[in-house]
Design a protein around this ligand. Structure first.
Ligand SMILES: C[S@@+](CC[C@H](N)C(=O)[O-])C[C@H]1O[C@@H](n2cnc3c(N)ncnc32)[C@H](O)[C@@H]1O
Length: 222
């Protein structure tokens, strides 16, 4: 089953200055987020301790993950971020979540914008590394050390290759589709991500196997 980027937009996303009221019945919706939110939450419950008070999400997309996770961790602030065109959708999900610990959305396009201001204990990102060009993944990782607290956590969810091999036929198909659509996209090698994180002083704490041939990789700042 392909579980990665089947985001369907039920709405045409409006510019943030558009003054129309939020019609949250027409929120953007990602079926993949619906499927993966529970398994991801299970891992988040293991990783997130009371000491983690501030989380930055890079590439929040629809905002579904933030809206689902934040109510489970009322002791922390969950800051959403993405390129501008996703902000309205994120606001809709925030508005419907009825919690006050979701912050943002902050405009953060890796490679263009500065790293969001704040003092973060954890960075979470899902299904972004195979969408961004590898050079931007490198930029993102290079920005982490100076913007995260000591012992900060970084969680990266998505499909990854190991030893240069796909972990499933569906991932191989998915990778082909990505590259046909945009040549800079594609499933990344776990080892490349691990080595780049290590270069910027993050050690790997865990590499969780997730449903539908995905992984959730947990790093800690040294
Ligand atoms: C496949 S979607 C994943 C969205 C959401 N995290 C999820 O799991 O459903 C990829 C996201 O990465 C964002 N993205 C792509 N390039 C980016 C960049 N250079 N900086 C920040 N976000 C980026 C897109 O705007 C989009 O929201």
């Amino acid at each position: 089953m392909i579980d990665h980027v089947d985001i369907m937009y039920k709405i045409k996303v409006m510019h943030k200055d558009d003054q129309k009221p939020l019609n949250t019945e027409n929120k953007p919706f990602s079926p993949a987020c619906e499927r993966n939110k529970e398994p991801i939450l299970t891992v988040l419950k293991k990783v997130i301790t009371p000491k983690i008070k501030s989380v930055l999400e890079m590439g929040s997309g629809t905002g579904q993950h933030a809206a689902y996770f934040a109510p489970h961790f009322s002791h922390l602030n969950w800051t959403t971020s993405d390129v501008l065109e996703h902000h309205l959708g994120i606001r809709m999900w925030m508005s419907d979540s009825n919690v006050d610990n979701i912050v943002g959305p902050v405009e953060y396009q890796v490679g263009k914008d500065d790293f969001p201001k704040g003092s973060f204990d954890m960075v979470y990102t899902a299904n972004t590394f195979h969408i961004m060009p590898w050079e931007k993944v490198e930029v993102f990782i290079s920005q982490l050390p100076s913007n995260l607290k000591p012992n900060a956590h970084v969680l990266i969810y998505g499909p990854f290759n190991y030893n240069g091999q796909f972990t499933s036929e569906s991932n191989e198909r998915f990778d082909r589709n990505l590259r046909e659509r945009a040549s800079h996209q594609g499933i990344r090698n776990f080892e490349d991500v691990r080595d780049k994180m290590s270069e910027f002083n993050f050690r790997i704490e865990n590499d969780y196997e997730m449903p539908a041939n995905n992984r959730l990789i947990h790093f800690i700042k040294i």
